[in-house]
Design a protein around this ligand. Structure first.
Ligand code: UDX
Ligand code: ADP
Length: 461
């Protein structure tokens, strides 16, 4: 039985980084709808129902608290939730495949397909299905095929509504998005379904930011948006290598080019490389799609974005090794940050994982510090050979270390008392600023040897 007090019942399958915040925002903005979020993982659902949400996202606690129990519900009862819902968002994980055909490149669609079959098996009325997970182009068509069982009277309209939120700013991105993209078939029922989704977002998003397209363009746009963003980072990172050889300064170059309004100043921060659950996965997906369509030149072009990212992480480790007299054995290196970016506890594909593994191979000892990501860091580095300590307090973490490596651009690291830190460290003391967030001149005058991305080193030798 549907609950009659709500104008609509919306369901999201998958209570992760995308599904959780997105549904919390819809529920918060639209008290007239019942919003249900389900997951196969009971502990994740318990966390969503507790005071300690499973993900750290500024502003999320407030909107969840405001809507939870009113019109936002978290549950593991997938079967009944599917039956009750008119609109079902699918937001399950689609990691890169690790086995068989397309391993290391194609998206692994096993969770997604299982969900499609569950929807088909438990539905007893027409439904709109919304793809939120990033999927290969033309997946909506596969979804339609799975959902359509011979002889069934139930109609499913599949829409693509890719998520463009970034972690750390998810609440802001959801509340005030640059655009919301909705892809549908141009059939009368496709357009009707699309309009229903438009009406949901129109509760708070200005109409001129709600854009529609055909379903394949929508699916492809998600991959291309992430590929373009990652490409900018690889572009500036490639230039950072050249800066280090030529005494140009990458921050000055980024400022100069970013003020050209045709280029723009966003995503030009040189770094140890991009991480996160999307960029690498989506580019690999794009590369695979190109290869499958016989477009090897196009595939190679985009693969280059990932190659530079690997190169950048390798370079960072090599710089540490060479500058610390070609041996890291027994040296204590403190990581300032482990999350793949600031304001999140997420460590998926964090450059920190790659760098930690390489340093351990060199027999360095590691101290990992991060205000949010230590629980995930422990999981990521579990079982590795070598000595690793996890210490949240940055002063305690750096004490008795030979070097600090800034992995994540947390604001707190720029505001520390580096005189005090210097006094507690072994000499010579090194800082490798993988994010260019510190005041290098000042740190150099304290006594540190400074190596920063895309800048000439400041040393005391
Ligand atoms: C990204 C997209 O921005 C978002 O639109 C999409 O929906 C999901 O993927 P996210 O992975 O959360 O979001 O983070 P993002 O802010 O894009 O950063 C990705 C990585 O690039 C991080 O490791 C970040 O530190 C790095 N980065 C970003 C840089 O190294 N330099 C920059 O200038 C910007
Ligand atoms: P994303 O960053 O795309 O949101 P996450 O891994 O954070 O990815 O979240 C995906 C969620 O989907 C996980 O919590 C996982 O347990 C859930 N999930 C995967 N398969 C199913 C399924 N068949 N039914 C319900 N939930 C699922």
């Amino acid at each position: 039985m549907k609950e009659s007090s709500f104008a609509k019942t919306i369901l999201c399958i998958g209570a992760g980084y995308v599904g959780g915040p997105t549904m919390a925002m819809i529920a918060y903005k639209c008290p007239q709808y019942k919003v249900m979020v389900v997951d196969i993982n009971p502990s994740r659902i318990d966390q969503w129902n507790s005071d300690h949400l499973p993900i750290y996202e500024p502003g999320l606690d407030d909107i969840v608290k405001a809507a939870r129990g009113r019109n936002l519900f978290f549950s593991t009862d997938i079967e009944n939730a599917i039956r009750d819902a008119e609109i079902i968002f699918v937001s399950v994980n689609t990691p890169t495949k690790t086995y068989g055909v397309g391993a290391g490149m194609a998206a692994d669609l096993q969770y997604w397909e299982k969900t499609a079959r569950q929807i088909r098996d438990f539905s007893d009325s027409n439904k709109i299905i919304v793809e939120k997970s990033t999927l290969p182009v033309r997946t909506a068509q596969a979804m339609e095929r799975i959902l359509t069982s011979p002889g069934s009277h139930i109609r499913f309209d599949v829409l693509s509504n890719p998520e463009f939120l970034a972690e750390g700013t998810a609440v802001k991105d959801l509340e005030d998005p640059d655009r919301v993209l909705i892809g549908s078939r141009e059939t009368p029922s496709g357009v009707k379904a699309r309009n229903q989704l438009v009406e949901i977002y129109a509760n708070w998003v200005p109409r001129d930011r709600l854009i529609t397209s055909n379903i394949w363009s929508s699916e492809l746009s998600k991959l291309v948006a992430n590929a373009f963003l990652a490409q900018r980072i690889s572009s500036i990172n490639s230039i950072s290598a050249l800066c280090e050889k030529t005494e140009a300064d990458v921050t000055e170059v980024a400022l100069a080019i970013g003020m050209d309004s045709r280029i723009g100043n966003k995503f030009l921060n040189a770094s140890i490389g991009f991480g996160g659950s999307c960029f690498e996965k989506d580019i690999l997906n794009l590369v695979y799609l190109c290869r499958c369509n016989g477009l090897d030149e196009v595939a190679n072009y985009w693969k280059g974005v990932i190659d530079i990212n690997v190169y950048q992480k390798d370079r960072f480790v090599l710089e540490m090794l060479q500058s610390m007299f070609n041996t890291l054995s027994g040296k204590r290196i403190c990581f300032y940050g482990f999350a793949f970016k600031a304001d999140t506890g997420d460590t998926r594909q964090s450059p920190g994982i790659f760098i930690a593994k390489k340093l351990l191979e060199e027999k360095a000892e590691l101290v990992i510090s991060d205000p949010q990501a230590l629980p995930n860091a422990k999981i990521d580095l579990e079982g590795l050979q070598g000595k690793i300590d996890y210490i949240e307090d940055p002063y305690e973490a750096a004490s008795n270390c030979d070097a600090i490596a800034v992995i994540t651009e947390w604001k707190l690291y720029a505001g520390l008392d580096y005189e005090k830190i210097y006094q507690s460290m072994n000499r010579p003391a090194f800082i490798f600023d993988g994010r260019n967030i510190l005041d290098h001149q000042r740190l150099h005058s304290i006594g540190f040897n400074i190596y920063a991305i895309g800048k000439h080193p400041k040393t005391h030798f």
